[in-house]
Design a protein around this ligand. Structure first.
Ligand code: NIG
Ligand code: FE
Length: 414
């Protein structure tokens, strides 16, 4: 049966078959007095009230709702999270505020490695409960599609345990979940002096084939950073992953400019993330290679680092997406509205650019553009009703999510 949603002020990017870049990233379609006809969760028609209702037989509509002219945007797509974890790391945040650098905490066996111990100690059920709760918190703030990475296991069984939990979150919540294998999140203590072997023997030969065989991850990601995985090691891993049919991503140039963005361009990865320290040359090369820049301003906020230059990256023609990076260490934030505000206020992106970044380009960054990211015929009816006249409210009403209602496949879920 069909559902008719009427009298909405709709703002949406328009999908042209590829991520939007440069000027196109700032173009948003507005439909005043808009309507959406939804059939089995999919948008069957969208346009002005008149266009949508013209030849519509009233008997075919089982449910109708008037939104009183409220502002409506696509559901947020969060293309980069680590929100499958067992325990918070509030103590570390205090240490960082007192001046201890993030990478130093990791080098001392804390950070990601302390999350590994927590995942090891938790049962699958405990891990699932914590993850599900956080995923539902993200949903309440407007995220309708989310990527979640493994990477707090670092050994085969634990990585598979995480990926199973991530799969269940997709099954047992309204969210669409895209799973990423990130066994290359840190070098385990016992491999500290043998990182090359960890990459070639454990990640490439042991873990990738098993993860592939089980079909529980779509992407493979790596933390390319000083003291973690080098550009060469990242290249070996991602090349192999690509050959095996994974799509690829890379945590690149978050703290130091190692050339991770250049590697992303060389391998034409789907996306490269962070990029706080990436060079302009490599950022441009990414755009040419079709790699999306996924910017994570809440991480810069939480690490007290200078923000990535979103303005410059849009201007250089590389498509930009934004994400929370939600994790227990560098960024405990599941709020896309907060990330939206930071993108506008601290990365100098326009509201329209940020909207494209948080929806359509984000959907491209996790291969979900066919079903999510814009309010157009054939895509899922995933949309948000905002408390405000336009998407500007997301940056303007600081500290509020401005998200009044969340619809997933045409159903009010939060
Ligand atoms: O994207 N940089 C690597 N990974 C995460 C942090 C994970 C953690 O600290 O637990 C990030 O910031
Ligand atoms: Fe991350």
């Amino acid at each position: 049966m069909k559902k008719l949603y009427r009298n909405m002020r709709i703002f949406t990017p328009e999908d042209t078959g590829r991520p939007l870049s440069g000027e196109a990233q700032g173009k948003i379609k507005e439909i005043v007095c808009g309507s959406m006809l939804v059939e089995d969760g999919i948008i069957a028609k969208v346009g002005t009230d008149e266009q949508v209702t013209k030849d519509l037989c009233p008997k075919s509509v089982s449910f109708e709702k008037d939104f009183g002219g409220a502002c409506v945007i696509p559901g947020f797509v969060d293309p980069h999270t680590h929100l499958c974890f067992a325990k918070r790391r509030e103590d570390e945040f205090g240490m960082r505020l007192a001046g201890l650098p993030y990478l130093e905490i990791l080098a001392r066996g804390g950070g990601i490695l302390s999350s590994v111990n927590a995942v090891k100690a938790a049962t699958e059920e405990q891990l699932f409960e914590v993850t599900k709760k956080l995923a539902l918190a993200a949903l309440a703030k407007g995220t309708t599609t989310i990527e979640i990475k493994s990477g707090y296991g670092l050994e085969l069984d634990l990585e598979l345990k995480m990926l199973e939990v991530i799969r269940r979150v997709g099954k047992e919540t309204p969210l669409d979940v895209v799973p990423t294998f990130m066994g290359a999140h840190a070098v385990p203590q016992e491999w500290k002096t043998k990182a090359d072997e960890f990459v070639d023997e454990i990640l490439v030969k042991k873990m990738l084939p098993k993860v592939k065989e089980q079909g529980i991850a779509e992407f493979c990601d790596v933390f390319c950073e000083e003291g973690v995985f080098s550009v060469d090691q990242s290249r070996r891993l991602l090349k192999k992953a690509k050959e095996m049919g994974f799509d690829t991503k890379i945590h690149a140039d978050e703290v130091n400019d190692l050339g991770g963005a250049g590697l992303a361009a060389e391998l034409a990865t789907t996306s490269a993330e962070h990029l706080l320290a990436a060079s302009e040359e490599n950022l441009k090369a990414m755009g040419k290679a079709g790699t999306i820049a996924v910017l994570l301003p809440a991480t810069a906020y939480s690490l007290k680092k200078p923000y990535a230059n979103g303005r410059k990256i849009v201007d250089c023609g590389t498509p930009v997406a934004i994400a929370t990076d939600c994790n227990p260490g560098s960024c405990f934030c599941e709020s896309m509205p907060f990330v939206f505000g930071l993108s506008v206020m601290n990365m100098n992106m326009t509201v329209n650019e940020a909207l494209t970044a948080a929806t359509l380009n984000a959907a491209y960054a996790i291969n979900r553009s066919k079903i999510a990211g814009s309010l157009e015929v054939g895509k899922q009816a995933d949309f948000l009703v905002l408390d405000g006249e336009t998407p500007v409210t997301l940056a303007y009403h600081a500290g509020s999510t401005s998200v009044e209602a969340v619809y997933k496949m045409g159903e009010n879920v939060a």
